[in-house]
Design a protein around this ligand. Sequence first.
Ligand SMILES: *Cc1c(COP(=O)(O)O)cnc(C)c1O
Length: 373
Amino acid sequence: MNEFIPVNTPLFTGNEKKYLNECIDTGWVSSEGAFIKKFEHEFSRYCNRKHGIAVSNGSAALDIAVKAIGIKKGDEVILPTFTIISPALSIIKAGGIPVYVDSEADTWNMDVDKIEACITDKTKAIVVVHIYGLPVEMDKILNLASKYNLRIIEDAAEMHGQTFDNKICGSFGDISIFSFYANKTITTGEGGMIVCDDDKLAEKCKKYRNLSFEPDQPRFMHFETGWNYRMTNMQAALGLAQLEQIDNLIIKKRAMGAFYQNELKFLKNYGFDLPLPSTPFAQNIYWVFGLVAPTESEKIKVLDHLKKELIGTRPFFWCMHEQPLFISNNTEKMPSFPIAEKLARCGFYIPSGLGLTEFDMKRTVNSIKKLYA
Ligand SMILES: *Cc1c(COP(=O)(O)O)cnc(C)c1O
């Protein structure tokens, strides 16, 4: 009898246990422990950034980044409609207005050529979200930012170690964020990090993560809102051990992607889109291995089949402009975003976690082949 193959399985093969035990043996389990500073230092250095601010998760990192960059009531912020909800929520909670952009059919990222038409005199920032494995065309984004004086928030939650034109993701724009959720390329279970170069911005982020305690004011006297979004020493211990192995983790991700590409390329004959292996600026890092079926019913057919075969899958993100949460708040008719809508309806991903065995990858592709035999 086959066992269920989860869509994600993390991999802990380095110093994870040793460092976690150190937290317990020394009693340093809160956000005050030494692993926090070490993880922040090593991770920000890895991203070529001056500052790292570890937080409780990637969505918290976005809340802080949006506030620190100064998004206020009425500010328009441009972002892809095809993304996780976290960036849109952070903008809305700050009083900002999300302005959505359609996707590219091949990279699944925001169509950068459609951004300029969305810029108004209320536009304050662009949230760049790198989706699933390929980076957004950063050179064009940075040109727009300087032309229109816009702030850039880079959501690199899925892009640990990816590069654009040989520059590391997380190093672009004013401020960048990462997630270390259990399905991310390096994980702390739950966790996140903000990275930036500007000293004042970093100070703000540290303050907002810690209930806006003021470093130069009497303790327990507050002047701004903030959150408790602190990371624990145990999370940082796990993160540091994971970061030590990142080169190998990325090699493994890319090898898994290459295996799936090769074994599943026959699906193109059935009208499926596979991830683009590369662009002129990057090799796909295959955070997850996505497939886009030709129709929604074809997707449902594959997902039902894989479920019966005990193989885990996830649908792609659901577009922001079609979120019930936002539609009820907004009676205006939204424009349509045909490419993103197709991705949301027809896309899904197959088991892609670093802990996935070769045997289970083969079982997954054989199961898909069986459906089309
Ligand atoms: C995972 C993810 C997040 C949110 O991170 P959490 O740690 O789960 O809060 C934000 N943005 C993107 C693009 C993500 O993939």
